[in-house]
Design a protein. Structure first.
Length: 196
């Protein structure tokens, strides 16, 4: 069952980020279904310097972040990696969760084909750029509702607190003290979690 908009439109992006662990991200791209269990997330809020919309900065790139929660925010990082984020909160509040890693479930052959024959199995979706390529996620999905039939998130399973590791986010040293916020969540011991 797909998550409903109430899940995304809560006002605590950190709580939503943690709650997304164990949920299942699904794409239907090019007639192919691919999916994976979410094993790593990072929260971003307009109130902190790690966020693209810090200080309510409204640009063509961040405009989707100001829409009601439950949409895809897909952007290009370093000009080559598409990164997939879940827009959260109500309209006008630019919060989002970066999906950093998945444990593959469905469509593994298609994922391997998209990544190339030489990719190691445990590297298939163990990072934010890897998972988007494997699942066929690119800028064409930016702004799409996560209740539609191209990209969505299903219930999955609840991960108990004892299995969740909390740490600082990766690759945002420019954010100063905000880079130290404990807003990265991973499933303890899962081999698909990205390497910091």
């Amino acid at each position: 069952m797909k998550l409903d908009r109430d899940f995304y439109q809560r006002d605590d992006v950190v709580e939503i980020s943690r709650d997304l662990l164990g949920k299942v991200l699904v794409t239907h791209v090019g007639g192919v279904i691919t999916s994976g269990i979410i094993v790593e997330t990072e929260a971003y809020s307009w109130k902190e310097r790690g966020c693209h919309a810090y200080g309510a900065k409204h640009t063509p790139r961040t405009s989707v972040m100001f829409k009601p929660g439950g949409r895809a925010y897909v952007y290009l990082c370093y000009g080559m990696h598409h990164l997939f984020n879940v827009v959260t909160n109500r309209e006008g509040v630019a919060d989002a969760v970066l999906i950093r890693a998945l444990e593959p479930l469905e469509g593994i052959d298609a994922m391997m084909a998209r990544r190339g024959d030489k990719v190691k199995f445990h590297h298939l979706t163990s990072g934010p750029g890897k998972l988007t390529r494997s699942l066929g996620i690119d800028r064409s999905l930016n702004g799409k509702l996560l209740s539609d039939n191209e990209i969505w998130i299903e219930e999955g399973k609840r991960i108990p607190a004892s299995q969740v590791e909390v740490s600082k986010r990766i690759g945002i040293d420019y954010a100063g003290e905000d880079a130290l916020l404990p807003w990265r969540f991973t499933i303890k011991g899962n081999p698909w979690v990205s390497k910091a």
